[in-house]
Design a protein around this ligand. Structure first.
Ligand code: ADE
Length: 369
């Protein structure tokens, strides 16, 4: 484990933060969790057995997405697809529509593929080991650890951003992330509670989310404040150390807002790639060389006028600005192949991902139907 030069174990408040063999660290954390655990829709109550389907669904939704944002999606998803068999049997359009707005749509495609694999290869039961889970679509090391621990009480850890923050502060791990992941994982495994690995995983998540927060850690309430090396030095906010991020390039595009009567023309993105399989406005591709004053290609002849402003959206690897171009064709014009007319009144339920919903908002604000 790498530490900064000014700080070694000898200088910490106690000589060794919770020697792993004693289990004292896990005991302190679990005692705190038993009093302060968050009630979350996917969580089993104390004494209840966790449902692997709910645990899996929540962990996939919670990748790159906050607990607050996931809550309503999780509840709606469960009412539409109450179990893995129902999800596997659902048409992919229904799954993608239920996911619309959550972002990172490859998660939804993998989720559906995973449900089908659980039905086809595992008789409808999730594998109960990290290794078995990792073999399924969309399940990486973090998610496999989380499901194995939470749903099956396996000796596994789930190291996400919250856990990285807690552990790098506890031990003052100065290696920048992502390289520090190996040390963080080892440090987490060393503290794991052998009898309650599922609660241990969730307790660490809760500690990171509610106490050991990025900018205002509530150290006075933390069950690990005594042995915390960063707390002893007063430099909690210096951890985790992160490798500098590369600047995100800015891409541009143009979108088509083509109206016919009380309808707008929609299409579906190709199945693979960014926003694959999602409902979309027709338009140009998104590139660094595209200019906002270039009109989008239109599958129907129409005079296009650019609407004021542009829609802005941030993806993981690039930022995007899109101009929106309005055109009109006669009511009753047939939709071209791979497109359809969506009633404007039902657009909110059409399953547009956020980036396209922003373009639609711009168009509706500029020219209310
Ligand atoms: N973040 C990722 N997984 C989580 C969980 N199970 N509970 C709370 N936050 C989480």
């Amino acid at each position: 484990m790498t530490r900064t030069r000014t700080q070694g174990r000898a200088q910490a408040a106690s000589p060794d933060p919770y020697p792993p063999s004693t289990g004292a660290g896990a005991a302190a954390l679990l005692a705190w969790y038993d009093r302060h655990r968050r009630r979350l829709p996917w969580r089993a109550l104390p004494g209840e057995v966790a449902d692997p389907y709910r645990v899996w669904l929540s962990e996939i939704m919670l990748q790159q997405t906050t607990v607050a944002a996931v809550g309503p999606y999780f509840t709606r998803f469960l009412s539409l697809f109450p179990n893995v068999a129902a999800l596997a049997d659902a048409p992919s359009e229904a799954v993608m529509r239920a996911w619309a707005g959550l972002g990172y749509y490859s998660r939804a495609r993998n989720l559906h593929a995973c449900a089908k694999a659980v039905m086809a290869a595992h008789g409808g039961r999730f594998p109960d080991t990290e290794e078995g889970l990792r073999a399924l679509p969309g399940i990486g090391p973090y998610t496999a650890g989380a499901i194995a621990a939470i749903a099956f009480n396996r000796q596994a850890v789930a190291v996400d951003g919250n856990v990285e923050r807690v552990m790098t502060r506890l031990h003052r791990i100065a290696t920048p992330l992502p390289a520090a992941k190996v040390e963080v994982r080892a440090a987490t495994l060393a503290l794991l509670a052998p009898d309650r690995p599922g609660d241990f995983a969730q307790a660490l998540m809760d500690l990171g989310a509610t106490i050991c927060t990025p900018t205002t850690p509530a150290c006075g309430l933390c069950p690990w404040s005594g042995p915390c090396a960063a707390r002893a030095q007063g430099d909690m906010l210096a951890f985790p150390v992160k490798a500098p991020k590369r600047a995100r390039p800015l891409r541009h595009g143009s979108a088509l807002w083509l109206v016919s009567g009380a309808n707008v023309l929609l299409t579906r993105r190709p199945p693979k790639g960014l926003l694959g399989g999602m409902v979309a406005l027709p338009g140009s591709s998104w590139t660094v060389t595209h200019r906002l004053d270039q009109p989008p290609p239109s599958p129907l002849p129409a005079r296009l006028a650019r609407l004021p402003g542009h829609a802005a959206h941030g993806f993981t690897h690039f930022d995007l600005h899109v101009s929106v171009w309005r055109g009109e064709v006669a009511d009753g014009t047939p939709a071209p192949p791979d497109h359809w007319w969506e009633p404007l009144a039902g657009l909110a339920q059409a399953g547009l991902p956020t980036v396209f919903a922003k373009m639609a908002q711009l168009a509706i604000a500029a020219a209310p139907p």
